[in-house]
Design a protein around this ligand. Structure first.
Ligand code: NAP
Length: 284
């Protein structure tokens, strides 16, 4: 019996059980993926769950907000991805050691490459909107591929802190920070080849909002990747299409990051098509 689950708070809207339970049954494995809400007033529960993996009661866990960083002290070892990103979203046991991994960078890289015709292989200048947890995975991936990155955040100090904490990264000198507003963006859009939204702006039910100012033209030829996947067509994706540009929402990233977790925990290839179909009906 493969017992898996998700630690976080709140968890009610998570699509992970649908993705993982559909995958388990599609490959004929007996198992279950359950939600394990951990009240922020009882963070000691994190250790209890990690010990269940050590004891073999659970095969693996995903971790989401607000524990992606606070779970790190309970890990015996971090994978290079988790250590680079500074956050753990997948846990498993290998050779008696608790391993903390991060699948977001893999999900972003794989889906962006699939949707954009491998844009990452031809480094250029990218703009990342937002400076939170997912921005970190995105930026760290872009730096790995030698891109120059400007972080645009409504709180520019948050962007500066993020830049500082990535200072050890390869090519960290390629990072810049600006305020996420019309005037600052206007000066940075020339020559941009990639725009990534790593803010929740536009996420259901805020469908009529976009992080991209309405009056600002998009740089010609840029690819626009929106990490938001619900609604399926975010206002940013609609703006992109209206400007004649190519882009994608974050559903593929969600499925790819879940697929990597599934493959680590079960040792089986993830049935990606089944996983897509399992969540398609839950998206507005
Ligand atoms: P996070 O850690 O909370 O970071 C969000 C960032 O967006 C912060 O910099 C935040 O700034 C900024 N922000 C929030 N509201 C804003 C607004 N109204 N205007 C401008 N900036 C705003 O969240 P996250 O984990 O990075 O997630 C961000 C989005 O990506 C969410 O919608 C999430 O669902 C999505 N996501 C998708 C995938 C996928 O697989 N497709 C994976 C991870 C995340 P403040 O700190 O000032 O609030």
């Amino acid at each position: 019996m493969i017992r898996l689950g998700l630690l976080g708070w709140p968890l009610a809207h998570s699509l992970s059980p649908k993705l993982q339970n559909a995958a388990l049954s599609a490959v004929g494995l007996e198992g279950e993926y359950k939600l394990y809400p951990v009240d922020p007033a009882q963070p000691e529960k994190l250790a209890e769950f990690v010990n269940k993996i050590r004891a073999g009661e659970l095969i693996g866990l995903n971790v989401t907000i607000p524990y992606k960083q606070s779970v790190i002290p309970y890990m015996d070892v971090l994978t290079p991805a988790a250590s680079r990103i500074g956050a753990v979203n997948a846990i498993y046991l290998r050779e008696g050691r608790i391993v903390g991994h991060n699948t977001d960078a893999f999900g972003f890289e794989t889906d962006l490459q699939n949707k954009s015709g491998k844009i990452l292989n031809e480094p250029g200048t990218a703009l990342v909107l937002g400076a939170g947890g997912s921005a970190r995975a995105v930026i760290s991936t872009l730096l790995e591929f030698s891109w120059k990155v400007t972080i645009a955040a409504r709180n520019v100090n948050q962007a500066r802190l993020l830049r500082q904490s990535l200072a050890q990264e390869k090519y960290a000198d390629n990072l810049d920070c600006i305020l996420l507003d019309l005037e600052d963006l206007r000066h940075f859009i020339n020559n941009l080849r990639l725009i990534v939204n790593a803010t929740p702006v536009g996420m259901f039910p805020q469908n009529n909002y976009s992080p991209w100012p309405e009056t600002l033209p998009f740089p010609s030829g840029a690819f626009v990747y929106d990490l938001v996947y619900n609604p399926n067509k975010t206002l940013l994706v609609k703006q992109t299409e209206a400007a004649g540009l190519s882009g994608a929402n974050g559903l593929g990233m969600l499925v790819e990051q879940a697929s990597q977790g599934f493959e680590i925990w079960t040792g089986r290839p993830a049935p990606r098509d089944v996983m897509y179909s399992s969540v398609a009906g839950s998206i507005n």
